[in-house]
Structures are given as structure tokens and as C-alpha cells.
Design a protein around this ligand. Sequence first.
Ligand code: SF4
Length: 510
Amino acid sequence: MKLLLTTLNSKYVHSNLALKYLYNAVTGGDFQVDLKEFTLNNEADYVYGEILKPGYDMVCFSCYIWNIEKTKELCANLKAAQPSLKILLGGPEVSFDCADFMEENPWCDYIIRGEGERSIFEFCKNVTLGKPLEGIAGLVLRGAAGRIIDNGLPCVIDLNRLQFPYARLPLDGDKVVYYETSRGCPFRCSYCLSSIDKGIRSLSMDRVKHEFKYFNDRKVKQVKLLDRTFNYDRDRAAEIWKYLIENDNGVTNFHFEICGDLLRDEDFALLEKARPELFRFEIGIQTVNGQVLQAVGRNDNTLKLFENIRRLIKTGNIELHVDLIAGLPGEDMRSFANSFNEVYGTGADEIQLGFLKLLRGTEIRDEADEFGYVFRHKAPYEVISTAGMSAEELVSLKEIERVLDVFYNRGGFGRALSFLMEGTNLSPFDFYEDLARFYHENGYQHRYHKKEDNYRILYGYALAKELMFPIEYKDFTEATMNILKVDLEETMNFDAVKKFYKKGWMFNGK
Ligand code: SF4
């Protein structure tokens, strides 16, 4: 048997960790296994050709909300071209409602649900030996007369029994290296698939240190941990951070998703010693509305969380990314604006304004009617409207997300944004709402703009504000320009700045 493990990643710098585990699980048997990763940006014909031409007997796709629609199209074409080709799907996007999925997609021969390492091993072994597949835990298949047989989710796997995912595969230096030291999450957020996992499992400390050494020795640029809540066990997390601080190679940085309110004094004392840029933390705040948090099953200690976030920012050596989710149950625009203002006030390096997705298999999807959810029925199942937010309001939040990303998250406008917010006397939310309105009314959303043009756009906004209503600053536009100059000169190189001034401050491009 000739087997291909493959997926469509969302960006070139991303890679798929799950496929590497599967590769290790099936390599060494009586069949040939290849692993090829593509991206959503690759031309469909190119991907189709690369999969079809080598004459595989079976292709296994790793499926997520970002790639499922394109994967379905690709699979239908592959099956039409080579009807004998067996198509096996795995991943969170196909692990629920499997029978419906197979009914709707006749080209799909098999699905592996949940953690796939043991199931794919059993599956490949039985296929090679010509043994029946019916009893394999985690496998969904078509039985006699097309009847769909679902063997249910497999038992959870002891991570220590799995091989290091990069043991047999080269590290791709120009991509983010994905890694995990634990699976599962102790929390039960109703919108999250990780809340379904039974319990949390971790790799032994010896293995974790050994594997981090592997990355450090090879001086990879960035290791992104997929652990759902890295510091669920605070002592364990601290021991790993200590190891990484003491064995810092000066190059590699590590990205962790953590629970902010679990940080302790001793963690801060340790983290202060980290080289700037050694660690990047992502903290999901989602909302500060207590009732909303309760409705989705979160018990965050918001006071402690914000105290710790401010403390982390004060240490100045850890890049901090925080998340907010729009469309949670019971949240309206006013409540969301309040969360936004609180979160913005922390000064985190990046604020991700995300939108609730009603993922298959989650509790919130079952509660959709109760909370008045209208959502897209194709992946990524994003919310369209809720009992508290109209579709128009959610669209305006999307517009805010765009300007927040352009002007705040990408950096380079810090002083000007603070000055404009103060000058217009608007709260952070109202300011970004106003800026988003200006941006979209002028049609700037229709195409990508170079960084320098974004300085001109922000200058144009100041000009419009001064004309619209009296602002307490004298010569507001000129003062904005002077501040923008400081931001600009700090961000762009000398030649680019010279070119910018030569061209001037007015921007008419849409
Ligand atoms: S959202 Fe985060 S904390 Fe909540 S269940 Fe998912 S992974 Fe765990």
C-alpha cells in the first residue's frame, strides 16, 4: 500500500503537528508512507496533481475549520479521477457528526475520530494484512450495503508512548515549529473542543527537556506550543520555563497559551529573568462580563487576571497577546465595548478580536437555539447574529477588528493612537469604532495598503476630526502630524522616511 498523509495549512509558515505523529505511528510497516503539506494559497490544480500523479492507494487528510471546504472539493475531484483511491479523513472538523458527513460526501471512505495515532496504526496494519476493520476504535467506515459503522471515539493516549514528532522528519527552519507537552484542558468552556477531552495528559519532564534541547541545539526560530493551557500545573510550567531560561540559545523563542490568573509571585520572579523575546504568551480573556463568563462555563478570576496581565506587561520582556471573543451568549455591544476598553487599557502587545464559532461537537452548538444564535452552517461556523447582537453590529465589529489589526497589532502607531484617542476624547472602543467608520467610509478596506500609506490614512483621520468638531488641542492636525512623524521615523528606515516626506502626507488611494 502506498499512503499519503496530507493537509492544507492556512499559511506557508504553519505546519501540521498531527500529521507528524501519524507519520511516526505508521512508518516502518509494510507500506510506503509519504507526508506532504500544502497551503490554502497553493493552486488547486497543483495540489490535485501532486496527490494524484504518484499513484497512491490511500490519502489521509487532516481536517480543520479552515481547510474543510477546500479539502472536500479536492477529495471529490481525486475520487472522480481515480475511483480506486481510498480517502481517509481525520482531525477535529470530521470527528463529530461523522455518519452525516459520510452520507453527504460519498467519496469519503473512512474517518478517524479524535486522537488518531493508535487508530491509524491498527487501520494500516489490518489493511495490509487483509484483516477486518470493523473493530478498530476511532474508525468510521462503510459496512455492508453502505451502512455506516461508527466505532466511537478511541481511548485517550499516553503521550509518553508516542515518538517525538520530529524524530524521523526534518525541522523546517523557515516555518513555525509546532510542539506539545500536554493534551487536553482542565477547563470546560462551552465553545471549545478541548473542553470535550477527558482529562489532561502530559509528557514526562525528562522528555520535555530533552526535546526542547533538540530545538535549542538546532537554533530553530520559533517553537509554538499547542498545549491548551500550558500552566494548568503551575510547578510543571515553572520547571519548564526555568529550563528554557537557563538553556537559552539566544535565538529560539517559545510561544505558550496560558491561563493568566494562575500566575504566582514566584512565576513572576522567574519570568523576569527571561531574555526579551524568549517567551511569548497568549492569554484568552474573551470577556470581562461575569454573567457571560458563567454562561460559557468559565470561572476566571478577572481581578487577578488583569492584575497579572499588568504585571506581565510591566516586566517588559514577554510579548503578550490577548484574545477577546465577540458574540458570546448574553453579550451585547455595550458589554463588549466594556470588555474591549478594559483589555485595551492593559496595553497588551496584541489584541485579537475574534468571533464566536459554533463548532461541531461543542456544547454551545447544542445551545444555539436557546441563545438565539444564527450562524454560518459551513465552516468556520461563525456567528451571524445573537440575541444580544445584530448582524449589522457584528459587521461593525469586523470593521473595528480590521483597523485594530492595521494600526494597533502591527505596531508603529503607538504614540499617534494615544494622542488621537485623547484628542477626540473617546474611549478606546468608541475611538476604534470611529476610526473604522472613517476607514470604511473612505473605501480604504478595498485593497491592501503599504505601511507608509497607513500613516497618511491616520493623518487624514485627524484632519477629518478637526474639521468635524472642536478639539481642545490647538492645531490638532499639525500636532498629530508631529507625533506621527516620531512613530514613522522609529518604524521605517531612513530612505523610506525620506521618500515618504518627499511624497507628502495626503493619501487619495482607495
Ligand atoms: S477555551 Fe482554553 S481554557 Fe477553555 S476549554 Fe478551551 S483550551 Fe481550555
